[in-house]
Design a protein around this ligand. Sequence first.
Ligand code: ADP
Ligand code: ADP
Length: 226
Amino acid sequence: MFALEISKLEKEYKNGVKALHGIDLKVKSGDFYALLGHNGAGKSTAIGIICSLVNKTAGKVKVFGIDLDENPTALKQNIGLVPQEFNFNAFEYVLDILVNQAGYYGIERKEALKRAENWLKKLDLWDKRYQQSRQLSGGMKRRLMIARALMHNPKLLILDEPTAGVDIELRRTMWTFLRELNEQGTTIILTTHYLEEAEMLCRHIGIIQQGRLVVNTTMKSLLSKL
Ligand code: ADP
Ligand code: ADP
């Protein structure tokens, strides 16, 4: 079973920028996959397309066998997205952010509160639950973004540069959390421009350069060639 199947994916933005030139990629269910590439390589575009935030120009995307063109709503149920930029309502309370997110997926309040408690405790944010998001530090906001993405128990978690601007101590805490989540069965795809981060976490790695996937291999095999 594949968590993600992409074929011949192309994106040309309206201003004429060609961000993706025919990407083919398969990620197996249960995998931990890193998409590595410099700024501007096309990582965010690819993620945006998978999560229906950006329209593709051509190609196919399937998530757990569900075709993006046929059933984007069902596809989105399977994905949790942690975007690069914070996008919280500054005045919303931490607990409300999570419960409201669950509400978008039709999860009832009692169940949502149970899930929120679980993730807030695991991400060391439980004592912040009655704070507004604007009162949180950058590192706390990063962790809250992860908690929010997990509220509907997605089978695939996608993180766009999850540790950008995060200090090394918190980075390690996040790595441990993500590793455990993957061991419990969640497929994880992250983008990064640190090879070290990919090396610490991921079994498979793709390197994207100017909209093309130039490497797609196991981490072991890549490291043996360096
Ligand atoms: P789509 O083709 O998916 O509809 P658009 O071409 O309409 O996307 O662009 C979406 C938005 O991104 C627009 O508001 C546009 O101004 C903005 N944008 C344009 N160029 C860039 C860029 N280089 N990086 C990030 N955002 C950009
Ligand atoms: P990465 O995530 O690897 O940094 P992006 O997918 O953000 O790369 O960008 C790929 C290319 O597409 C870049 O040339 C970028 O400027 C361009 N781009 C990204 N978003 C838009 C947009 N909304 N409109 C036009 N061009 C964009």
